[in-house]
Design a protein around this ligand. Structure first.
Ligand SMILES: Nc1ncnc2c1ncn2[C@@H]1O[C@H](COP(=O)(O)OP(=O)(O)OP(=O)(O)O)[C@@H](O)[C@H]1O
Ligand SMILES: O=C(O)[C@H](O)COP(=O)(O)O
Length: 407
């Protein structure tokens, strides 16, 4: 059983709060989009308003990436969003960090440096081993409790996610709580249940498709985006050189065989596109499957009208829809139609759940809302939507309890 902020005696308690503010970064190395920070405002405000002393822990980017930057601009933006001063220290668990945390008064907040600046935080450990990392051993002595609000990182078994809850009384923050409420009860949602798998992370989507079809969670899987293109090729369609080269260059060629195996096993429950949109003479041009392959330079960038009609008919009977990944290259307005129409149709379904970073940004860009739940998580949401456990959530379940006040 996971404890929440309702179970935490906050006043005067120094709390390490793990959030997921992993965000797009501008060329100058500062925050470009604050959506993920906004998501955590309720948890942080509540802790601060209740007299907590808050040390924020988070990662940003991956080593070697252009977005692998300091959290200083995140702290500045957080201060604006929380409407109170927020400190920042360019250390995570060393003496400077511990001094900053120990110096907090009730209602104070400090952001510690990007956890992944330390190599152990980019490794995966079992919780007991994670508890013996430098980050956990360094911070343990200055924290009274740990709150995990980083649902979007909960599929990672890293020290700040599974080590701290092994040694400290631990609680789910409000984002974590609401994500677990919605995504943890997927088996209880109404049927027929339809999974829409688009976007570009083909191996992840094929894993999800296998899992939900095997477990009987999905009545239908609708494919779109690069995922749909891989299924078309697996079904024997010649998509032309441009799309085939793209799939090959992404290292996804082996996925075609896996998609073919899925079609063999569950073809009656998998829907594949009936037409695609290509870039012809700078215009969107739709081609039915029988008119393929397209010209050598013409990649399949979106699903077409006939696919949308077909998918809308399946969705019309659905009680639950789970969507991940855009239906096309929505960043180019000629190819946003599939995403716009498919996601709009999904908002009419009684339970509609959306997950994925790019997906959320597509929805914002296209101005589509009205879903039952838009998850903050990409990979984490997908893993929960296949009814599998997340290491950081298991660590919260197994965490020690806060000693009673008179202990
Ligand atoms: N037909 C296509 N050809 C090439 N790229 C495509 C196609 N359809 C969609 N995409 C691309 O897929 C990308 C998003 O896919 P991704 O799987 O990363 O989405 P997500 O699951 O929402 O994000 P994340 O898992 O990173 O949180 C977009 O950049 C979009 O342009
Ligand atoms: O953006 C995400 O999906 C999470 O922050 C996890 O990031 P990671 O995939 O780099 O571990």
């Amino acid at each position: 059983m996971i404890e929440t902020l309702d179970d935490l005696d906050v006043e005067g308690t120094t709390v390490g709060v793990r959030v997921d503010v992993n965000s797009p970064i501008d060329d100058d190395g500062t925050l470009a989009d604050d959506a993920r920070l906004r998501a955590h405002v309720d948890t942080l405000s509540e802790l601060l308003d209740r007299g907590g002393r808050v040390a924020v822990l988070a990662h940003q980017g991956r080593p070697g990436g252009d977005d692998f930057v300091s959290l200083e601009s995140h702290a500045d933006r957080l201060s604006e969003l929380l409407d109170r001063p927020v400190g920042y220290v360019d250390a995570t668990f060393t003496a400077a960090a511990r001094e900053a945390v120990s110096g907090l008064a009730n209602g104070d907040c400090v952001v510690l440096e990007n956890t992944r600046f330390y190599s152990e935080e980019y490794m995966e450990f079992d919780p007991e081993r994670a508890a013996r990392t430098h980050l956990v051993e360094g911070l343990e002595s200055v924290l009274d409790a740990y709150v995990n609000d980083a649902f979007a990182a909960a599929h990672r078994s890293q020290p700040s996610l599974v080590g701290l809850p092994t040694v400290l009384p631990s609680y789910a923050g409000r984002v974590m709580e609401s994500e677990l409420d919605v995504l943890g009860s997927i088996e209880e949602t109404g049927e027929p249940r339809v999974y829409v798998l688009g976007g570009a992370k083909v191996p992840d989507s094929i894993d999800v498709a296998w899992s939900v079809l095997e477990k009987g969670l999905a009545d239908h899987v609708l494919t779109a985006g690069v995922v749909g293109n891989v299924f078309l090729i697996a079904d024997g369609v010649d998509l032309g050189d441009a799309s085939s080269d793209f799939i090959y260059d992404q290292g996804y060629w082996d996925e075609i065989d896996r998609a073919a195996d899925l079609l063999d096993a569950y073809g009656d429950r998998i829907a594949i596109p009936r037409d695609v949109a290509v870039d012809r003479g700078d215009d969107r041009h739709e081609l039915g499957i029988n008119a393929l392959p397209p010209g050598d330079e013409e990649a399949a960038m979106d699903i077409g009208e006939s696919t949308l009609d077909y998918y809308r008919r399946i969705l019309a009977d659905a009680e639950t829809v789970i969507l991940n990944g855009p239906a096309g290259v929505f960043e180019d307005e000629r190819f946003e139609t599939g995403t716009r129409q498919l996601y709009s149709a999904a908002t009419d379904i009684p339970t509609s759940i959306v997950g994925g970073g790019d997906t959320a940004s597509a929805l914002r860009r296209l101005g589509i809302d009205g879903f039952s739940h838009v998850s903050t998580g990409g990979g984490a949401a997908l893993r929960m939507l296949t009814a599998e456990s997340l290491p950081a959530v298991t660590a919260l379940e197994n965490a020690p309890q806060q000693p009673a006040a008179d202990d």
